[in-house]
Design a binder for this molecule. Sequence first.
Ligand SMILES: C[S@@+](CC[C@H](N)C(=O)[O-])C[C@H]1O[C@@H](n2cnc3c(N)ncnc32)[C@H](O)[C@@H]1O
Length: 308
Amino acid sequence: MSAWAMPTTAGPTDESTHQVQRVLGDLVQGAETLSALIVALGERARLIDISPALSERVAGVVQAMGLDLSTVSPERAAQLAGLGGGLLAQSANLSARPEAPETWNVVDASVLDGLGAASAPFAVQIKDAVAPRLEGLSRRLSGEATILDVGAGVAALSVALATVFPTARIVGIDVWEPSLARARANIEAAGMAESIVVRRQDVCDLADRDHYDMIWFAGPFIPADVQPQALRQCARALKPGGWLLYGAFAGHDPLSDVLADLRTLRSGGPVLDDEGIASQLGAAGLVQVTPIGVQVGLPSRIVAGRRG
Ligand SMILES: C[S@@+](CC[C@H](N)C(=O)[O-])C[C@H]1O[C@@H](n2cnc3c(N)ncnc32)[C@H](O)[C@@H]1O
């Protein structure tokens, strides 16, 4: 953090500088609170063993926030700790290494697992809120569907999809070996080796044709310059009438909108509004393009397109 070293003279302080200082103080408190909550969730999930003194202080922060973790299941606590920890680590990387290239090259296991945890709730949303709006998709998914997870990461979403659609077969592809190694272990640990396979493959080299009922496309993580080619390959890999779901971050007010764009940029993907995504899907030959907002902890959206 030497780039941020304090100068010896601070210069004049006007009203707007005071305001920045106040906001900064509040935000630092927010970051500290989030860290304490993540530790408390980790402890609840029995993922970490901390000293009694630290445990007491962290519990004090949770209590002061008016939260009660005693009813949160250890499994859910682990998922929430991963989600918070992953996003906190990603945002800390922005301030610590703003010069780092905007590409997905994360090796920190907590960020990989955290972003995986963040994507897992999409599975239930797809079943309950997305598929019912897309012609024929619920029917396909309730049978022996084939699903492709593009940008499968640590396979948290693949595992969640296999849980929600137990008769489906899922193929996950990714180019990032640190994630693939974790994905294989996670699939094994979940006892899902029968229904999920992951392979190291660039989506641009996808050779499958007329094969999938649904393709999940991890929009924020697939580099902008390869997306047109990637989406063309995916369109060909769908069965006629199958659906591609392009997942993207979203906001719900001016600040969360720009934060969603920032998160997308730092994850390596293109910053696109719904129209921009829709035009990419159209250029790949997909029709019936439909944007759908979803709530998965972080505000997100899906833009769906169908193979005619
Ligand atoms: C962070 S993951 C999304 C989280 C994931 N659903 C999970 O459960 O972990 C997105 C992935 O897209 C992958 N990716 C980026 N470019 C790709 C490409 N050209 N082909 C396949 N995967 C790619 C990245 O390596 C990254 O692992």
